[in-house]
Design a protein around this ligand. Sequence first.
Ligand code: SIN
Ligand code: FE2
Length: 225
Amino acid sequence: MTHTDPAKVTMDLFPGSTIYESKREQIGAEAFVLRGFAQDYEADLIQAIANVTSNAPFRHMVTPGGFTMSVAMTNCGSYGWVSDRKGYRYSALDPVSQTPWPAMPASFLDLSRHAAAKAGFVTFASDACLVNCYEPGSRLSLHQDKDELDFDQPIVSVSLGVPAVFLFGGLSRKDKPERIPLFHGDVVVWGGADRLRYHGILPLKESHHPHFGKQRINLTFRKAV
Ligand code: SIN
Ligand code: FE2
């Protein structure tokens, strides 16, 4: 590279003050990857995920078409995203236990608020967190997140564990998606003009993370209601 990276210059001029700017990658008009943003929350997130999944264990949901999803899921917060033969929807109750989903851990709320704000969405208050667990081979085909009531609210998506390739497409299913590698601690935020872009995850490759082993955990924060 012969040109100077503008983010790097800013960092040199104001040491310590703009580190985060250098890690914010713009992937759309109102979409960003915040590299490593969740690293500072790691210990709290690990503890909170263990609490949530001991109360509402991961399960493989069935699509309306009758396919069992390869990604195992659970939820926390006031509402949880569920799928079964009747369709996709948000539910205040875990259909397995018929009790409310575990409360949203404080660290989840804090992280999702701060990440949204870094991407320009300063009023984000998530009431639903979908927790996805990927094993080698698990994938999530291209889809839009459109079961929420207010599309002015962004999506905040946290990656933990082994790396994955995020597909970030356009507003039409036919638009060729970009392939964005996501690593432990990365946070993707998309909203506004990008809120309804198609997205998905390529089949997870086998690799190893010191805490999560072969797994990838994704936390997807949304304002459902
Ligand atoms: C999702 O679209 O619900 C999850 C995306 C991801 O796992 O990164
Ligand atoms: Fe999604």
